[in-house]
Design a protein around this ligand. Structure first.
Ligand code: UDP
Length: 244
């Protein structure tokens, strides 16, 4: 396949081929969707902001020894990544109850979890990305038991690194979603993005449950000032070195 061919367009990103079959170019879009794409819109400057935030966080994780797909970011809204086969799983880590955890368990919003919770969701839009049990995950052969163990360990380590980093930014990492892929050598790499689209981030300087939200929940629930919240996350993230 020649360079510059679109191979996939998702809700927030487009993937293009490059001259190297092991490398893909990710283009971050301003488009925003929520509730399984039932709500659609656009957040001005989101593509560039999410690309810059993700770039910084992937560099942080690489510096801490986490293998990611990130190679470099050649322009403001583009990232070159290792080509991987994405596992059809969304790995969600939660530190504080919010979103679907509250809806499905009755836990009050903001309940601090005694230990981080790692959950696996089936990445399948037609089915609405359902929560999986380990047995269902194995039944569908979405990952091997060894891979599930590796994903669980990586997710908890990433949570520790990101929680510490966001703490330095004055931000609480409530929960987030990760995606992983396998490279040509079958190595598990962290893929996709880490941004206010995929994390719940609460401003520690604000206790008001609406004001403190610095992530896509502002878009999901029409809280306003979405761009300003993303911009604030960007500024605070870039102000912190990826080295401790
Ligand atoms: N998330 C995501 N993509 C998804 C579903 C969830 O990035 O398709 C993120 C979401 O932003 C939050 C975390 O994963 O940081 C947990 O989301 P939850 O299960 O609470 O679902 P939601 O309330 O977003 O429907």
């Amino acid at each position: 396949m020649s360079a510059g061919q679109k191979i996939y367009e998702g809700k927030a990103k487009i993937l293009y081929t490059t001259e190297d079959p092991n490398v893909l170019l990710t283009h971050f879009k301003d488009d925003a969707t929520a509730f399984n794409a039932q709500k659609r819109g656009s957040i001005v400057g989101k593509g560039q902001m999410n690309c810059a935030i993700s770039t910084h966080l992937f560099q942080l994780l690489e510096a801490e020894g986490i293998a990611t797909h990130w190679l470099d970011s050649p322009s403001a809204n583009e990232m070159r990544v290792r080509a991987v086969k994405i596992l059809p799983l969304e790995v969600v880590v939660r530190n504080i109850a919010a979103g679907s955890l509250c809806q499905q368990t009755g836990l009050a919003l903001g309940t601090i979890l005694k230990q981080p919770l790692v959950e696996f969701y089936y990445k399948n839009d037609a089915l609405g990305d359902p929560l999986l049990t380990h047995d269902r995950l194995f039944l569908l052969e979405l990952a091997t038991p060894v891979q599930v163990e590796q994903l669980q360990t990586a997710a908890l380590r990433i949570n520790q690194i990101l929680s510490d980093f966001f703490e330095r930014c004055g931000i609480t990492l409530v929960d987030f979603k990760l995606e992983f892929g396998l490279d040509a050598q079958n190595h598990l790499l962290l893929a996709d993005e880490i941004s206010p689209d995929t994390c719940r981030l609460w401003n520690q300087a604000d206790s008001d449950p609406t004001q403190r939200v610095m992530d896509k929940d502002r878009f999901r629930h029409d809280l306003g000032n979405v761009e300003a919240a993303y911009r604030q996350v960007l500024e605070r993230v870039l102000a912190q070195s990826v080295q401790k």
